[in-house]
Ligand binder design. Structure first.
Ligand code: OAD
Length: 253
C-alpha cells in the first residue's frame, strides 16, 4: 500500500518528541477496528436467537425497563463472544503510534476493551465497557456477578438490578470522557477516524470539530461513510492492514 508523501511527512513531524513542531494526534475508532478480532460490527452483530431483534431496540433504558432479563441476556451473549477475542494488528498499530507521538489521544466507541488489552494508555471509552456492570438504581459498580443466574443479578448495596456499564441510546455519554474527547479533537493537528460508520452522535461530530479547527482528517474504512466526502485522505481497506502499513511508512520516513 502506498500513501501520499505529503501525509507521511506530516505524520512524521508529529513524531518529533519535544520538538516545537511535534503535533497532536487523535484517533477515533468504531466497531470496524475489532472486526478482524472476530467480533462482528455493531450493526452486523445479530445472529442466531438474536437475529430478530435490532440492536437499537435492545440497547436502551426503555428496553431494560420493559424486559431487563432480555437485555441482560443479550449483553451476556455479547460478552461471551468477546471472551476469546484478542487485539489485532490494527489495535497494536495504534499502540505503536501512541508510543511514538507525545500527544496522542485514542477515543473509542467500542465497549469490548480490546484497545486497553493491546496496551493503549491515553484512552477515552465514550460508550463504556461491556465487562463492567453497575446498579441501575444506585449506580454502585459491580466487579463480579453470577452470570448463570436465572434472573438479572442484583446490587449488593441496594438490591437494585445490575445493568451493563455501557451507554444506551437516549443516554448521555460519561461527561468527563466526552469533554476530554471534544477538547482533544478541537486541539489536534491530525484526526484519524478508523472503522466507524460515523452515524452515531456525538462521536460522529468529533471529526468535524477537528476539521473546523484546522486539523487534517484521515479516514480508514472498508467502505465510504458520510464522513468520507469531508476528509483530506481516505484509505479504503481493513484497519488491521492499513494501520500497520501507515505506521511503517511513517517510521521508515
Ligand atoms: P458500525 O457497526 O456502525 O460501523 C462499523 C464500520 O466499520 C462500518 O463503517 C464498516 O464499513 C467498517 N468496517 C468493518 N470492518 C472493518 C475493518 N476490518 N476495517 C475498517 N473498517 C471496517 O459501528 P460503529 O461506527 O462503531 O453505540 O457504531 C457506533 C456506535 O453505534 C456503537 O458504538 C454503538 C452504536 O450505537 C452504542 O452501543 C452506544
Amino acid at each position: 500500500m502506498t500513501f501520499p508523501p505529503g501525509l507521511i511527512s506530516l505524520l512524521s513531524r508529529t513524531l518529533r518528541r519535544g520538538s516545537v513542531q511535534a503535533g497532536k494526534l487523535v484517533a477515533l475508532t468504531g466497531a470496524g477496528v475489532s472486526q478482524e478480532s472476530g467480533l462482528r460490527t455493531f450493526r452486523d452483530a445479530q445472529t442466531g436467537l438474536w437475529a430478530k431483534h435490532k440492536p437499537e431496540d435492545l440497547a436502551s433504558p426503555q428496553a431494560f425497563q420493559r424486559d431487563p432479563k432480555l437485555v441482560w441476556d443479550w449483553y451476556a451473549w455479547r460478552r461471551e463472544a468477546i471472551k476469546g477475542a484478542r487485539p489485532n494488528a490494527g489495535h497494536y498499530a495504534l499502540v505503536e503510534l501512541e508510543s511514538k507521538i507525545p500527544q496522542f489521544t485514542l477515543i473509542t466507541q467500542n465497549v469490548d476493551g480490546l484497545h486497553r488489552m493491546a496496551g493503549a494508555r491515553n484512552l477515552l471509552e465514550l460508550h463504556g465497557n461491556i465487562q463492567r456492570a453497575r446498579c441501575s438504581d444506585c449506580g454502585t459498580y459491580a466487579e463480579t456477578w453470577d452470570e448463570d443466574s436465572e434472573s438479572v443479578p442484583r446490587c449488593e448495596e441496594c438490591d437494585g438490578l445490575l445493568r451493563p456499564d455501557v451507554v444506551w441510546f437516549g443516554e448521555s455519554l460519561p461527561r468527563d470522557q466526552l469533554e476530554k474527547a471534544v477538547e482533544a479533537s478541537r486541539a489536534c493537528d491530525i484526526f484519524l477516524s478508523v472503522g466507524t460508520s460515523g452515524v452515531v452522535q456525538p462521536a460522529a461530530s468529533l471529526a468535524h470539530a477537528a476539521k473546523n479547527n484546522g486539523a487534517v482528517v484521515v479516514e480508514v474504512n472498508m467502505e465510504p461513510t458520510p464522513l468520507t466526502p469531508k476528509v483530506d485522505f481516505f484509505f479504503q481497506g481493513k484497519s488491521g492492514e492499513v494501520l500497520p502499513a501507515l505506521v511503517k511508512a511513517i517510521l521508515d520516513h
